[in-house]
Design a protein around this ligand. Structure first.
Ligand code: V07
Length: 251
């Protein structure tokens, strides 16, 4: 039998990570394995976003950040880029009723002014129609790159200094946090857990500042094969790492 103290400790240490970030890799390889075109993998990947979002919402995750399109992805074949740029609209048409029912709030971060107008329209509609929802924040990174995000933040801070609105000594981590695209998430801006699917073990310019203290979990599954049970498994790894240091670091 667990003593009251032990069971409380277990509860505290079995906390679900508040912010989970995912690099959804392996959609093209998933399709190739099935002798299907890469875009079929992207479609399966998009459908899986909805499955995993619903599960994350039920687990009590507060923010789910998904790397949908990087600033480097424009280099892909034009037909593939064109298909990807239609996914926000497809996602919206297919899943918006479910997202609203789940009380999910959509947020999109990235250099959005460079997106085609039809993509930006879909993004704005998704954000608009869910803006009053109070549940999980589903945060898509779209035309996002972390070094460019940090560069833009430095430019904004330098402008404040040049205008005399900020002294250099006043620049601390919180000033930088606030200028990043995750600034609006407040206490949840840094992911507790990063998951990357499909076997690659790199950050690929995703949330470099925000991932400074995150637990990293890599899985060999392709993103379309990543199931709610896979998410449970990643969270169990996160929790076991926290438990290991529980008594020593009070973390
Ligand atoms: C994309 C599906 C997931 C696997 C990885 C790449 C392909 C959902 C969106 C999306 C973005 C913004 C929004 C609503 C939905 C998306 C792109 C690619 C470019 F407001 N999935 N998904 N956008 N993939």
């Amino acid at each position: 039998m667990l003593s009251n103290k032990d069971s409380n400790q277990q509860l505290a240490e079995n906390k679900v990570p508040a912010h989970v970030a995912v690099i959804m890799d392996g959609n093209g390889r998933w399709a190739k394995k099935r002798f299907m075109p890469r875009i079929a993998g992207h479609k399966a990947g998009m459908d899986n976003v909805q499955t995993i979002t619903t599960h994350a919402s039920h687990l009590g995750i507060k923010v789910l950040s998904l790397y949908a399109f990087s600033t480097e992805n424009w280099k892909r074949p034009t037909d593939e880029v064109d298909y990807l740029m239609h996914l926000p609209g497809n996602f919206f048409d297919k899943f918006m009723p479910e997202l609203i029912k789940e009380n999910v709030k959509v947020n999109v971060m990235g250099f959005l002014d460079e997106l085609p107008s039809y993509t930006l329209d879909a993004v704005n509609r998704a954000q608009d129609q869910t803006k009053d929802n109070t549940g999980l924040i589903l945060n898509f990174a779209l035309n996002y790159g972390s070094r460019r995000e940090i560069t833009a933040a430095v430019q904004k801070i330098a402008t404040q200094v040049a205008n005399g609105d900020l002294a250099p000594e006043q620049i601390d981590e919180s000033v930088i946090d606030a200028q990043l695209m995750t600034g609006a998430f407040g206490a949840y801006q840094d992911p507790d857990l990063l998951i990357r699917t499909s076997g690659e073990e790199r950050l690929s310019n995703f949330l470099l500042w925000q991932l400074a203290y995150s637990e990293l979990v890599f899985t060999d599954e392709y993103w379309p094969d990543f199931t709610p049970a896979s998410l449970d498994n990643a969270i169990a790894q996160f929790q076991s790492r926290h438990r290991r240091y529980g008594g020593l670091t009070n973390k």
